[in-house]
Each structure stands twice: as C-alpha cells, then as structure tokens.
Write a protein that binds this ligand. Structure first.
Ligand SMILES: Cc1ncc(C[n+]2csc(CCOP(=O)(O)OP(=O)(O)O)c2C)c(N)n1
Length: 937
C-alpha cells in the first residue's frame, strides 16, 4: 500500500509519470520500480484513496500526471517563456509550457488540488490552476532561472528551494521600497544631469539598466552581513561613473571636476609631459578603492580594478587580485586560503560575454586548485546591443549567458524594469556563493537609452528599437508609479526625491566650479620615468646554500619518487664543490630557497611548470606507489613564507591576467608566470600590452610579475624558437619594466634574487628570456662561489679575450644563448682578435656597464651585433638605436643575423643548422664581414 500524499508536491510528477508508463507497459520501468508499482492498488482504488485524502471528486491519474508535468516544465524551462525584455519582445516560448500540450485544460487544473503543483506556489492557492499561475509568475515572469546544468543534486535542490519557497524575496516594507526608489532616482538624475551639463561627452550611461546600482548595494550589504572583508569588482565602461559615484561614494564634485577640468597629474606642467612616467587614462577606465563603514564595527574594503578598453580582459585580473587577497602566506608551506575573506564581482557586456574568448578562459578557472576564489558573482548588463550590432549578429545562442552553462554556472535572468526582482536575483546569487563557493550569473536584461556613447545616434542603425525606447518610461518612473498605486509614496514624495538628487548635483557642480584645483589630487609616487638602479641583495653564505641544497634533495622516509628522477636529482648533490655544475633548475631552486628564508612568498605557475616543460625543475615530486606529492620548497626548515606552484590550464590570457592581478594585490610576493614556449605568450598580448607594460603608466598600478619565456633557436621550427624579444623591447619605455636574457644559471640566480629584493622598493615587471638547451649546458652552469660572491651583471665580459685585450679588434655583442653557441665553437677556442660580450639586461639598457666593458678593448674598431633571430626581430633594432646614441662611442657598427623574415625560424633542421653555422662564422671569422648584410638582410 502506498501513501499518495507522500508523492504530492514536486516529486509527484515524476512518480506518477512513471506509474502512468508502467500501467501502459510494465516493462517500460526498471525492475525495482516495477516491483513497487506491483504492490500498488488498481486505479479505481487509487481514485478512491485520492478522494479520501483530498476531499475532492475523483480525478484520473493521467490528469494529475499532466499537471505535474506542466509544473515540472515550468520549473525547468520557464525561462523560455519569461518576460525578460523591458521593451516587450515576445519570449521564445516552448510547447512544454502550454497547458494543452499536456492533454489538459484550465478546467482540469481547476479540478485538481494545488498540491499537485507543490512548493511555495501551492500555498494559498485554491486549486492547481491557481498554483500553476503562481508558478508561472515565479519562473516565467520578470525573473527566471536556469539550473539544470548544475550537476550537484544538493545545489539544484537548494536553488529550487530558494526560488520555490521565495526565500530571497525583497521586503514589501514601505521604507525599504521608498529607499529603493530613492536610489533609482539618484542613478537616473545623475545620468540626466551629466547629459544636460556636458552634452555629447562620453559617459557610457547606465540608463536602461539603472538597477545595477541597487543590485551592487544589495550584494555589498549581504557581503557585510556574512563577514566578508573585501569586495573586488571588475567592469567595463558602461555605468562605471554611476557605480563610482554611488557604490564607491566618489564625490560628485570630483566627477564633475573631471568633466570640467580634464585634469592631469599635479605638479607636471603639460608643457613638460614628454618624459614623464604617468600618462593617465580616460575617466571611465580608472579604478577606485573605498572602505565602507569606516569607524563602525564592520569595515568592508571595496576595490574597483582599473581596466583597459579591451573588453573582458579585466576578468582574470580581478580573479588574481581576489586570490591574493584571500591568501595568507607568511608561513612555511602552502598559502592559507580563505575564500570567505574576499568576494569577486564581474560585470559583463551582453555582446562581449559570448564573444570574447577570455570570458570562457576565466570561467574555466573556477574549480582549479591554483586559481579558485570560491565563486564569482557575474552580472551581464544586457542592453541587447553591442555598439550598433544586434544579438542575431553577435551570438549564436538564444541567451547572452549560455556560455556559462558549460561551466555549470546557475543562471538567473531578470528584467531590469523590475527592481525588486533584480534585488532578489542578487540575494540568491550571494547566498549561493556563500553556501557553495561557486560561480553564479545574473543576466540583467534591459536596454540602452542612448547610443553606444552619448555622441552616437542609435536611430541610424536601430530605428524601430529606439522608437520603442523613446516612448518607454524609465525604471524610476515605472517603480514610482507602482509605489504610488500601492500607496507607498505620494506624487509629491516622488518629486521631492528628484529635487533632492538634483540639488546634490548642483551643489557639487558649484563646488567643482569654485575650486581652482581638480579634486582628489593623488600623491605623486615618484613615477618620473627615469631609470633607477635596483639594489643588489646582500650576499648569501656558502654554508646556507649547501644546507638549502641538502634539504631540497631530501624527502620523507617512506616517500618514493621515481628512481630515475631520484638519481637525476641526486646529481645536484655533487655540484656544490669547486667543479660546479649547478644547472638552471638547481640555481632557481636555491634562489627560491633563499627568498623563502628571507620571508618572501613565491607563487609560480605555467603550463607544466611543476615539472618544467623541459623536465628541468621537478619542484613537485610524485610518490610512485601512492601518487602523493612532496614539494621540498614547502618544507624548508628556514622558510618564513609560503611557496606555491601550480600547473596552469592550457591558456595564456587568463592565467597571465590572473598572475598580474595577483602580483598587484600581493606586492610583497614574488609571482612568476612561465610560458610553455615563449612564443605562446603572444596569445596573451592584450594582457602584456594593456596591463603589464602600461598599467603603471596609466593607473599607477605596481606589479613585479616575472615572465619566464623560453627562447632560443635550436632547430625546432617557427613556433618553438622565439619568444619575440623584440616585442618586449618595443614596449619598453619610461622605466616600465626590466627585460633580461641571461646566459648562465648564476646570472639567473642573481636576477631572481634582485627582483625579490626590490619588490617593495622598486617594483617592476621582469621579462626573462629563459633557455632550453642552456638549461643543462656546462658553459651555462655555475659553481657555488659564483652564487655566493657574485651579483647580477647587466653586461658580461669575455674572460678569455680580456687576457689579450689589446689584440681584440672586433667586439661581438650579443645576448642569451648565441653567446654560448659562440663560446662553444671551435673558432673561439683559439686565440684571436674577437671578444664576445653579452648584454644580459636589455632594458633598461646598461649603457654605463657596457661603456666600461668596451673600454677594456682600446684597439677594437668594430662592434658586431650577433643574433640568431631574423634581422627584423630579436634585439637588433633596439640595440642599434641604443648604441648609436651611446655618448663617446665612435666605432663601426655591423650586424650578423638571419635575413629579415616574416616567420621567426625555419622549419627545416638542415637549413637551420646551415644558417646557425654561418651566423657564428660571420661573427667570429674576422675575414667574413657579415651575414645578413650591413643594417639589412
Ligand atoms: C576587445 C575589444 N574589442 C572591441 C572593442 C570595441 N567596443 C567597445 S564597446 C563595444 C560593444 C560592447 O557591447 P557590450 O558588450 O554589449 O557592452 P555595452 O557597451 O552594450 O554595455 C565594442 C565592440 C573593445 N572595447 N574591446
């Protein structure tokens, strides 16, 4: 005997559907289910039972099944019938949402008990018809949900309850509603005021999705309630000024002053702006930081990341900043992660979200050990246009949010003209993130009242849409009307709110006009664009390095790494004597150990970086029996800071953006990103151009991020040879970063330590061309004394040539691996008149150090720059301009390189070898003038 009541509610539909199938064909259900149904009473008994339970007339089970199916369809597909567009377009619809599709009609539903539909919708309903109507307004009204992509039944249940039980509905308290109206009034009046006062000036109005501001208010309130310490926000141009004014409490006077003054840096006369490090950015790209509740018991820091025009590229940067904010790293081992400490919010455009690949790359980070931030709240500010382009031309999916479904992100669609529903959406989003620490997305569907920017005429391209928009009341007007109907506010009350908002702006304008100075002067931080010499760290003792080395080569007694690897690593035990042999991987590990002992946290990521692409690092050991891992740098007895290393996902843009953000927010950490091969870094070109190279100049954003870019010509073909050194040199100016190309492991050791030592005093990104064949090359290896006594040398002289300096006629200048190729070449093993001088720090150009080295060769009459790269690539263009302007250098300058080419390297190994030999010969045989031509291929 079964209890029908137990199956009422949301589950009844499934069970009854199964039962219906069973009745038609018992073998159509599985054996266990069949066994249960076999014990059930026949249909007439079922009907009688139902009558007894519900007290209503007998009903066919098929109708109950149909009603349940309809309810189920509304719950899972209601979004296809939802009224999301404030401009009134019809939803796509779905047959499953129609009552008649299920073989019943409204009369049938009216005969059924409301419990057939179940959940909150049944409460207070007199029958299933009313319950279905409630359900439609819950799921197909102005708010709607897509949860089926969430794989966890627990989470789906939670989400369904959140909606079904209406747990996050906003209060109908009149004071709450009046406040919401006041906020919408401030948002609208702010935009209108700017519109009228500065006609045609770009502000990227929020109008049409005004409710974004109260939504952010709401999420910040929720964050404070759940004890969050920091909220980090990333957004593009749209509505940014409004968010700055109202969420970040940037004074109106400061914003108006920027419109009026177009301010530039204090203390820098415009006439002298050339040569000045800070060049600034337009006002709708600038970041902000505010502490809310200062002085009260709860403080919440909110940060808006500055961002470039490049849409969505700020996403990974915000994620990286968040991760840095969530980690504590002042202890040995792995950093401690507290995802409740910081909440990230990303605001997207409806065209940019499906269109820009960086969005997918960033979404992919949410559940990765090295990148998770415990969930991000995403809001698509969906104004149904991308500049002049319509959805049918910019996305292949029905909803702007569909991409997120592949990442199991729950989605809430909401009509931006229903402010209470929009607030409910963010409440659910925040509670879900709080509970499950996962991403959630709100698709806020509104419109754009003006053109893409305010100088634009949208009717040129969307005439019909803008006819509707012109006639469409604002959300403030609509909500004010609604509240008036509800008796919550009077007409006079509505007018008073507008007057108040306007007065605040007029007062601020007066203040801005009266002030001769622009508001919010920022303190100068010494961005003068002149090169400052980084300090060298104090020397480290041999005993200390020997002790580090021993610890790095030990692991717990019962831990068994691969025996071949163990043997390989034990080679490192033999290199601390006078014979040396400390290779790249070992030098790096020793440098890291020394920094950890100095209390500097380290984070290193990249594709396969744990082992190292070239099997040279092995920072993470794997037990061959258990699969357990052991990271010696996390167990170093002297370490006072954390060490983290992660294999990154196969992405460059998102992970490089992430590490940049991390480095900005954790200025005391050494953050390194390694490309698999340097070539692939150009996949992240916007991150390099828009953030790493120029963030400091535009936004005073400080970063000491290290880019490790494997570079060197070894016959591997066009895409595994060049890290495109020329690009980094071309972007170098005003002391924005350091670009190095080391030829020995000792130099690499000192370079890393120098970078770590200057993290707080002279923060700069560091771009390093790292080697492949040199990783284990004897001529690139170090001995202990070189690590102990040396420091980083921006220029390395030729020790052999120095012994007969007066005989030297030609100075071969070069950088990186080609120097080792030449030194290893037999031509150079005989005494001759060539000195090979290596430029190890390319930018800032070490002019003084180079002059000193050149002065060692008084009889030299020629400098030949030698590079493996084609003439139009590598360092030649940059170096030649540096050398020709070097004061006091009056000497012939030639070049040996591959001829100028569009592709960096040949795909034929014999051709590569032939060319490589000719380059070396051209450089070392003084009778052969040059290869590649003088100043040309
Ligand atoms: C990477 C990138 N490509 C192109 C542009 C030029 N652009 C600026 S805004 C815009 C349209 C953006 O539409 P949407 O994402 O819907 O945001 P909305 O401006 O409508 O708020 C385009 C194409 C850009 N800023 N960044």
């Amino acid at each position: 005997m079964y209890n029908l009541e137990a199956f009422y509610g949301p589950n009844a539909g499934y069970v009854l559907e199964l039962y219906d199938r069973y009745r038609q064909n018992p073998t159509s259900v599985d054996v266990t289910t069949r066994a249960i149904f076999d014990t059930w009473s026949p249909e007439d008994q079922l009907i009688a039972e139902q009558e007894a339970i519900t007290g209503i007339a007998p009903i066919e089970v098929s109708k109950i099944v149909a009603a349940s199916e309809l309810a189920h369809a509304i719950r899972s597909r209601g979004h296809l019938g939802a009224h999301l567009d404030p401009l009134g377009s019809e939803p796509l619809g779905d047959p499953a949402l129609l009552t008649e599709t299920h073989g019943i009609n409204d009369e049938d539903l009216a005969q059924l008990p409301p419990d057939v539909v179940g959940g909150h919708s049944a409460e207070g309903a007199r029958n299933a018809l009313e319950a279905i109507a409630n359900l439609r307004s819950m799921y197909s009204g102005t708010i709607s949900y897509e949860f089926d992509q969430v794989k966890s039944p627990l989470e789906r249940g939670w989400l369904r309850d959140a909606v079904g039980l209406q747990l996050y509905r906003t209060s109908s308290d009149p004071a709450f509603r009046r406040n919401l109206l006041r906020r919408l009034t401030q948002v609208e009046v702010f935009e209108r005021y700017l519109h009228q006062t500065y006609p045609g000036q770009k502000r990227f109005s929020l109008e049409g999705t005004d409710v974004l501001v109260p939504m952010l208010d709401e999420v910040i309130k929720a964050a404070i309630d759940s004890g969050t310490s920091e909220v980090i926000l990333g957004m593009a141009h749209r509505g940014r000024l409004n968010v700055l004014a109202h969420v970040f409490e940037k004074p109106y006077a400061a914003i108006l002053s920027e419109f009026g003054h177009m301010k530039h840096e204090e203390g820098v006369p415009l006439t002298d702006s050339f040569g000045f490090g800070y060049t600034g950015d337009v006002k709708y790209h600038l970041g902000a930081e505010t502490i809310l509740g200062e002085g009260a018991t709860v403080d919440l820091k909110i940060t808006l990341s500055p961002n470039p025009s490049h849409l969505e590229f700020v996403n990974p940067v915000v994620e990286g900043m968040t991760r840095a904010s969530q980690e504590t790293n002042d202890h040995r081992g792995i950093p401690q992660l507290d995802v409740d400490h910081t909440l990230p919010i990303l605001i997207h455009g409806d065209a940019a979200f499906p269109g820009e690949g960086i969005v997918a790359e960033t979404l992919n980070l949410w559940n990765l050990n090295g990148y998770t931030v415990g969930g991000t709240i995403h809001i698509i500010v969906n104004n149904q246009l991308g500049f002049t382009t319509e959805p049918k031309d910019y996305r292949s999916t029905y909803f702007a949010s569909d991409l997120a479904k592949g990442f199991e992100v729950p989605i809430i669609h909401v009509n931006a003209d229903d402010p209470e529903a929009a607030l409910m959406a963010v409440r659910i989003a925040h509670a879900y993130r709080d509970q499950f620490h996962k991403d959630i997305l709100i698709d806020l569907v509104g419109y754009r009242r003006w053109g893409h920017n305010e100088g634009d005429e949208p009717a040129f391209t969307q005439p019909q849409m803008y006819e509707i928009i012109r006639a469409h009341p604002t959300v403030r007007e609509l909500y004010a009307r609604y509240l008036q109907e509800q008796g919550v506010v009077s007409r006079e009350g509505v007018d008073a709110m507008q007057q108040q908002a306007l007065k605040a702006l007029e007062d601020a304008k007066q203040e801005a006009d009266d002030s001769l100075q622009p508001f919010e002067q920022e303190e100068s931080d010494g961005l003068n664009g002149h090169y400052n010499e980084p300090e060298q760290p104090p020397a480290i003792s041999a005993q200390t390095l020997i002790a580090f080395n021993a610890e790095l080569l030990s692991w717990p007694e019962h831990f068994s790494p691969n025996p071949k690897l163990a043997r390989l690593l034990q080679r490192r035990a033999t290199t601390m004597g006078s014979d040396g042999g400390i290779d790249w991987g070992q030098a790096e590990a020793l440098a890291f150990a020394s920094m950890l002992a100095d209390g500097i946290p380290i984070r290193l990521t990249g594709q396969d970086s744990e082992r190292g692409t070239f099997s040279h690092r092995h920072a993470v050991l794997h037990d061959q029996h258990t699969g357990d891992i052991y990271i010696p740098l996390q167990h170093l007895s002297q370490a006072k800071a954390s060490f983290s290393i992660y294999n990154s996902p196969l992405s460059e843009s998102s992970v490089l953006g992430f590490e940049y953000g991390y480095s900005v927010h954790a200025p005391d950490s050494l953050v390194l990103w390694e490309a698999q091969y340097g070539d692939f870094a150009n996949v992240a070109q916007p991150v390099i151009d828009q953030f790493i190279a120029s963030g400091r100049s535009k936004w005073k954003q400080q970063s000491s991020l290290v880019l490790l870019l494997p570079h060197g010509y070894e016959g591997q073909g066009p895409d595994h040879s060049s890290a495109r050194l020329e690009r980094y040199l071309e972007l170098a100016a005003l002391d924005n970063w350091r670009v190095a190309n080391c030829s020995t492991s000792a130099q690499y050791f000192h370079l890393l330590r120098m970078q770590a030592f200057n993290l707080l005093t002279l923060p700069r990104p560091l771009v390093v061309m790292t080697p492949k064949s040199l990783l284990r090359h004897p001529l690139a290896a170090a001995n202990l004394q070189e690590l102990v006594q040396g420091t980083f040398q921006p220029v390395l002289d030729d020790r052999v040539a120095l012994s007969h300096a007066d005989a030297v006629r030609r100075i071969v200048l070069c950088t990186g691996k080609i120097a080792i190729d030449m030194l290893a070449n037999k031509l150079h093993t005989q005494p001759h008149d060539v000195a090979i001088v290596r430029v190890e720090m390319l930018y800032p150009f070490p002019a003084e150090a180079l002059k000193k080295v050149l002065a060692n060769y008084p009889e030299a009459h020629e400098i030949v720059w030698v590079q493996e790269e084609p003439l139009n690539m590598g360092a030649w263009s940059y170096v030649s301009s540096q050398l020709t302007t070097l004061p006091g250098l009056d000497i012939e300058l030639n070049v040996v390189a591959r001829p100028a080419r569009p592709s960096p390297a040949t795909g034929f190994s014999d051709l590569f070898q032939f060319e490589q030999e000719r380059i070396i010969e051209g450089a070392l045989r003084t009778t052969v003038k040059q290869y590649g031509g003088k100043h040309g291929g």
